[in-house]
Design a protein around this ligand. Structure first.
Ligand SMILES: C[S@@+](CC[C@H](N)C(=O)[O-])C[C@H]1O[C@@H](n2cnc3c(N)ncnc32)[C@H](O)[C@@H]1O
Length: 506
């Protein structure tokens, strides 16, 4: 996908001239089109565009994403473009043009866009090239919406849906009355909130270009989003929201690299995210909830402690999901290839700048995190480590929050709650030839890491089966295992299992 996905960000191949001109395909992402020209498209143009783009679906994109998954675009994109040319119908032609940075012949463009072709050219969406027609923007289907954004490149482009946007989208609960999207980019999450029925949606961004694209995308989707230019929460000072979502820029910025508004959060990367956390209290309604996605270097003070300090209050329910840490090598190659997808001279320069910066600051690992917080009692702060953040969807977050609240109950209350073993967990017993049996807990849907457990833990989990009170679970354990001894270690195990997602509310 010609997309904002670290390591899988596109650019067209093969090489082009060292000095790209506007209109030349090599200028994609270098010379950004004049975004104000989008206003030239009338409501009836947009209606015709929605109709013409209906074959461009997320399912279609998913088919192409299964081609050479995980390869860098320098390797993958030419093959995917060739693959698309063998797929029949209008959808693949639209996908080539808008999502995979390919050129169409004029005849192909006329086939899928008809009379819209001159209108889209006038509005700067399409460019004529030596080979035919190309798109100056990326246009991606996203959860039933279409999002127009900039291709990534050395300019200061506006971000459309990327892998981290999808992580946040999955974590968003179904309904919220008043919703705020901070650092909206092309408006992807704001539009999603509006589509899911929020009565008021405000989107903010420091970049005027981002706000213009958000307004255009809201028009295209026929939804209302109040899009405002400004720094973090300044445009909504004095207002309150039931849901705040944000993915502030969180990439470290080496001094040798020009800052990109959409990417860099500061020398440490997470500065902007922490500034947002410190200001959040001012806009969260009493029952309000926030979901914030950012990366942070691993420092001597644990991330959760730094987050609590930034939030400035303890009467919170704070659940942090931490993804697998990223090494400096992977970090440097991912962001350098994002900035120069064709892996040219800039790739070498960026890779070296990122790597040297991380090492100079002692950032040996970086942790991706998704934070959910509100003020519902009981209050707690917990960090969990699912195998990847995509697992932290709204249902899993809600279940985790209930489990963590239960883990904080006093002993007698805890004995009365009904729990069950995580539905996707299986206790697997291995018996090596001539050896002792050992037990593993396997999670078929990957909600947690597989882990080795002792026999008594296997027996205890068996006692909960598909649902039992803690008291009944401990009695079943006593019956199977003989005298279990004092209750405290067992209750400690139950609390630990609740906080790790091994036991869940029944
Ligand atoms: C990583 S992008 C996220 C875009 C979008 N929310 C998404 O998830 O796809 C970060 C966005 O924050 C914006 N931004 C950067 N600094 C900001 C600031 N100080 N205040 C508000 N927005 C800012 C950038 O322009 C960019 O659009």
């Amino acid at each position: 996908m010609f997309q904002w996905r670290v390591g899988v960000v596109g650019g067209r191949w093969p090489p082009c001239s060292p000095k790209p001109r506007p209109g030349d395909w090599c200028s994609l992402g270098r010379v950004l089109p004049d975004v104000s020209r989008l206003d030239l498209l009338s409501d009836s143009d947009l209606e015709a565009l929605r109709k013409a783009l209906s074959p461009l679906t997320a399912d279609l994109i998913a088919r192409a994403e299964a081609v050479l998954p995980g390869s860098l675009d320098a390797v993958r994109l030419p093959v995917v473009q060739a693959w698309w040319r063998h797929q029949p119908g209008p959808g693949p032609i639209l996908a080539r043009l808008f999502a995979y940075a390919d050129h169409l012949t004029v005849a192909e463009a006329e086939q899928v866009l008809g009379g819209l072709l001159p209108r889209l050219s006038e509005a700067g969406v399409l460019r004529s090239t030596a080979e035919g027609v190309s798109s100056a923007y990326v246009l991606m289907p996203f959860e039933g919406l279409l999002i127009l954004s900039d291709p990534f490149g050395p300019d200061d482009p506006v971000m459309g849906p990327g892998a981290t946007t999808y992580e946040l989208a999955r974590a968003i609960p179904n309904s919220a009355a008043r919703a705020l999207d901070v650092g909206t980019g092309a408006g992807t999450l704001a539009l999603l909130l509006a589509k899911r029925g929020a009565t008021k949606v405000v989107a903010t961004d420091l970049s005027p270009r981002a706000i213009t694209l958000t307004r255009f995308n809201a028009r295209l989707a026929n939804v209302h989003v109040d899009a405002r230019v400004g720094d973090l929460l300044a445009p909504v000072a004095g207002e309150q929201f039931d849901l705040v979502v944000a993915q502030p820029p969180f990439v470290v910025r080496p001094a040798a690299i020009d800052a990109k508004t959409t990417l860099h959060g500061g020398p440490q990367g997470d500065e902007l995210a922490f500034r947002l956390l410190a200001e959040l209290d001012g806009v969260l309604a009493p029952q309000g909830r926030a979901l914030v996605r950012f990366d942070s270097p691993v420092l001597s003070t644990p991330l959760i402690a730094r987050v609590r300090t930034a939030l400035g209050r303890d009467d919170l329910r704070l659940t942090m999901f931490l993804g697998p840490p990223v090494s400096p090598e992977r970090y440097a190659s991912a962001y350098a290839s994002a900035m120069d997808p064709r892996l040219g001279e800039d790739y070498r320069r960026y890779a070296s700048a990122y790597y040297e910066h991380l090492l100079a600051h002692g950032f040996e690992r970086t942790t991706p995190s998704l934070l959910a917080l509100d003020r519902r009692p009981p209050h707690y702060a917990a960090a969990l480590r699912p195998p990847n953040l995509a697992r932290a969807d709204a249902a899993t977050i809600a279940l985790t929050e209930t489990a963590l609240a239960m883990a904080g109950l006093d002993d007698s209350s805890l004995l009365g709650v009904r729990l069950r073993t995580q539905p996707s967990a299986r206790v697997v017993q291995d018996q090596p030839l001539g050896g002792e049996p050992n037990f593993h807990l396997r999670f078929t849907t990957g909600v947690a890491e597989d882990q080795e457990i002792g026999e008594s833990v296997a027996v205890l989990l068996d006692g909960f089966g598909e649902g039992a009170t803690v008291s009944a679970g401990l009695s079943a354990f006593a019956a199977a295992h003989g005298d279990p001894g004092p209750k405290e270690p067992l209750l400690r195990f139950v609390r630990d299992a609740l906080s790790k997602g091994i036991l869940v509310p029944a």
